[in-house]
Design a protein around this ligand. Structure first.
Ligand code: AMP
Ligand code: MG
Length: 409
């Protein structure tokens, strides 16, 4: 067996960050910037009003009430072609530029209008309700740094500075295949010995969770030819993927042909990692495409994804923080295990209580008990030994966006 960190290092070493590409900003949600973004424009581009009301000269309101003559109306999108003189006011709509001479805005709610005249009851200070040019962003400034992740709001900011193309690390095409003679898909009645394929569905969804579109490479039986065909086409030619993930067939069974085939096709390493679940891991390059052979047990394949595939994909996607958040939590009840020289990753539920995190087991800890994994939102890291007692502090790895957000808040 090899330590987890050694296996992770081996995998990461061979997963290189992609080459930057230019891409339309609007289709770059979730991608990582490969270059800083500068703005050539001020945002807002001109001084404008934050309120519907009247543009005035503030000095006119030093004595109130004050009645001013309404000399024009300025709509958002128009440009005032007059100068505002003392004793005058102009109707102005939110977002419209101020006329020359005006230095303040009074909101419509604080005025009384009679015919062509408006009366202002209060002293209005200079600059009232004016949004200055460049108050959000100034021409020439760095808007986003290299390595930043584009969120929906980032796309809004890019649009606000007229930046329609960005240099990003391109999204990855990741193929997912399930292997096993016993597997079937969909609602068909199960024949004796058959089970339904779940791994491909979990793994494709985990890719979505990372902001990637997975490529469904289907379900293949434990037959060398079929397995070889799928890997060959996923690692070369037009259907070439950037990464391929398979599950099943990497253990010690008589029909674990994934091992046999991948050894023939590429430069693979077969690892027994000192962890539970997910001890067996195959990783290597086939025609330079990183290939992960994950174990078949449903929980193992997901834990293996979290420990090896997610950080590798994040590195390839250009992320600088590739590891899932680890935090400390207090065990609400014992989480037991037996010494076996492995680190265990127990499926747990974490919640926030009294300003700290507490965890409890999410249910059955067998590597076939997928429903307990579904209940879990974290993995508790249990070093070799007897586990933790109630009240002990335990390190946990957060699994879902929800809990990552919980962590951030
Ligand atoms: P293997 O790694 O192929 O020896 O499979 C280990 C266990 O996981 C077996 O009980 C398989 O039936 C099960 N298994 C393998 N692949 C899948 C899958 N795609 N979905 C659900 N269970 C699977
Ligand atoms: Mg199998």
């Amino acid at each position: 067996m090899i330590p987890l960190e050694q296996a992770q290092e081996y995998v990461l070493q061979q997963c290189a960050t992609g080459s930057p590409k230019r891409r339309s900003s609007r289709s770059s949600l979730g991608l990582v910037l490969a270059e800083e973004v500068l703005t050539a424009e001020d945002v807002p581009p001109f001084d404008n009003t934050a309120m519907d009301g009247f543009a005035i000269r503030s000095e006119d309101t030093l004595e109130t009430p004050k009645t001013l003559e309404i000399v024009g109306t300025i709509a958002a999108g128009s440009t005032p072609n007059f100068t505002l003189h003392s004793g005058q006011a102009a109707r102005i709509m939110t977002g419209a530029p101020l006329p020359v001479g005006a230095d303040s805005v009074v909101m419509v709610e604080l005025t009384r209008v009679e015919g062509n005249y408006v009366t202002i009851e209060k002293v209005i200070p200079e600059g009232n309700h004016i949004r200055r040019a460049g108050e959000d962003l100034q021409a020439g400034q760095v808007v986003f740094k290299k390595g930043g992740v584009l969120t929906p709001t980032h796309l809004g900011v890019l649009a606000s500075i007229g930046c329609t193309q960005v240099s990003i690390f391109p999204p990855l095409k990741v193929g997912v295949v399930s292997t096993g003679d016993e597997l079937v898909e969909g609602e068909v009645p199960l024949q004796p010995g058959q089970i339904r394929d779940s791994n491909r569905h979990s793994l494709l969804a985990l890719l979505n969770d990372l902001g990637l579109e997975g490529v469904d490479l289907g379900l293949i039986p434990d037959e060398e030819e079929a397995i070889e065909e799928v890997f060959r086409s996923a690692c070369s030619g037009e259907s070439r993927c950037d990464v391929v993930i398979s599950s099943g067939g990497v253990s010690m069974g008589d029909f674990d042909f994934v091992k046999v085939v991948l050894d023939r096709l590429g430069d693979m390493r077969w690892m027994q990692v000192a962890i539970k679940p997910a001890k067996p891991l195959a990783f290597g390059l086939v025609e330079n495409v990183p290939v992960f052979g994950l174990p078949g047990n449903p929980v193992s394949s997901i834990v293996s994804f979290e420990l090896f595939v997610r950080p590798a994909l994040r590195k390839m996607m250009g992320h600088t923080d590739i590891w899932s958040s680890k935090i400390k939590a207090v065990a609400e009840s014992p989480i037991s295990r037996r010494p076996d020289e492995k680190t265990h990753f127990a499926r747990v539920k974490v919640s926030l209580a009294d300003g700290g995190y507490k965890v409890q087991s999410a249910g059955g800890q067998g590597s076939h008990q997928l429903s307990a994994m579904a209940e879990a939102n974290a993995l508790a890291v249990l070093p070799d030994g007897n586990g933790v007692e109630s009240g002990d502090v335990v390190e946990i790895i957060l699994l879902h966006q929800l809990t990552r957000d919980l962590n951030a808040s």
